[in-house]
Design a protein around this ligand. Structure first.
Ligand SMILES: Cc1cc2nc3c(=O)[nH]c(=O)nc-3n(C[C@H](O)[C@H](O)[C@H](O)COP(=O)(O)OP(=O)(O)OC[C@H]3O[C@@H](n4cnc5c(N)ncnc54)[C@H](O)[C@@H]3O)c2cc1C
Length: 307
């Protein structure tokens, strides 16, 4: 199999890249392990333009249908290897994409839209109540906790900003910090400390999340039980990087792929889009991922048609 462009990832970045690539008439294949990626975990999105309220999975299905209508094939398959093959003309590389099962694909260009993995607490109840009170995204879910009591787990800047945002909606926010101090932007720490709706518990860890259908309680490591309806886990995310380790793609200190303002990586004909990149000031949302995907496909089109 040979194509112009291989896109790895079927989250909003990869699907949006596929939409633009299809319209540019590039022969494109998209591989993705999970349709919708992290977006599929959003049980209700209210911040994607055009939809007052939609689940992440529903939105992903609509994106998929729009892409397929353009003749772009979406292969639901994990990619286990991407290899740059040696060619006679160094300016025209070929990339070999190896899926876990099925046929290898050769492509003239690649867009990496692999997303991130949220760090998990790995405590009882965390998986069971995902979408039923457990969330990894305060930006997305805070409005659903109006006048409720919630807990934020984490002590870094993401946890501070999540607590501040939640305090605008919830009636009470517990901030559970494993260490002895908050680590984040000084202004955020200051705002957290003077916010009357936020109660900080230092040297505290979450042990178990309880409830029937939805979250009702959080048990701490000192066995204290908090009555909460939401638990926001903000202990960081890591880029999905195993696939790119051998490609010698430049990443920042945290492992996010470095891209220029047009989503090009340091490797010619390799682009990256969405949560896996260091673009857009680290603002990781579906809309920014989709925007980056559109730009990555445009850059690929320009490079492929001018070389
Ligand atoms: C619970 C939750 C709620 C959220 N709510 C909102 C919200 O309300 N609004 C909003 O704008 N954003 C929300 N977000 C954030 C949003 O989902 C992400 O910013 C967005 O999904 C990032 O898109 P992406 O395409 O870069 O990555 P992802 O969506 O993570 O997609 C990555 C894709 O890469 C695939 N992949 C990875 N490795 C491989 C491989 N080796 N082979 C093949 N495929 C691979 C994955 O299967 C997946 O398809 C939420 C996130 C979470 C976790």
């Amino acid at each position: 199999m040979f194509c112009d462009l291989a896109i790895i990832g079927t989250g909003p970045a990869g699907l949006s890249a596929g939409l633009y690539a299809g319209r540019y008439k590039l022969k494109t294949k998209i591989f993705g392990a999970v349709l919708g990626g992290a977006m599929a975990e959003a049980w209700q999105m209210e911040n994607y333009p055009g939809f007052i309220q939609i689940s992440g999975l529903e939105l992903a299905k609509k994106m998929k249908a729009q892409v397929e209508k353009l003749g772009v094939e979406i292969i639901q398959e994990e990619v286990v290897k991407i290899q740059k093959k040696s060619t006679k003309d160094a300016n025209k590389p070929i990339f070999q994409i190896t899926p876990r099962s099925g046929q290898d694909l050769e492509s003239r260009a690649v867009i990496l839209a692999l997303g991130t993995q949220r760090k998990k607490l790995n405590i009882p109840g965390e998986e069971k109540f995902l979408g039923h009170g457990v969330s990894y995204c305060a930006t997305c879910d805070a409005p659903f906790f109006k006048n409720k009591t919630v807990a934020v787990v984490g002590g870094g800047d993401a946890a501070c900003t999540a607590a501040l945002l939640l305090s605008q909606h919830a009636s009470l926010v517990y901030l559970l910090v494993r260490g002895e101090e908050l680590k984040g932007e000084p202004v955020n720490i200051e705002n957290v400390k003077k916010n009357e709706k936020i109660r900080i518990f230092y040297k505290t860890e979450a042990k178990e999340i309880g409830g029937q259908e939805n979250v009702e309680s959080l048990i701490l490591n000192n066995d204290q039980q908090l009555s909460v309806e939401g638990v926001f886990i903000e202990i960081g995310a890591t880029p999905v990087s195993a696939l790119i380790e051998k490609l010698q793609i430049e990443v920042d200190q945290k492992g996010y792929i470095k891209v220029d303002e047009n989503q090009r990586t340091n490797l010619p004909f390799v682009y990256a889009a969405g949560d896996i990149t260091n673009a857009m000031g680290g603002f990781k949302q579906s809309i920014t991922a989709a925007a980056q995907g559109a730009l990555a496909a445009t850059s690929a089109y320009r490079d492929l048609t001018s070389s």
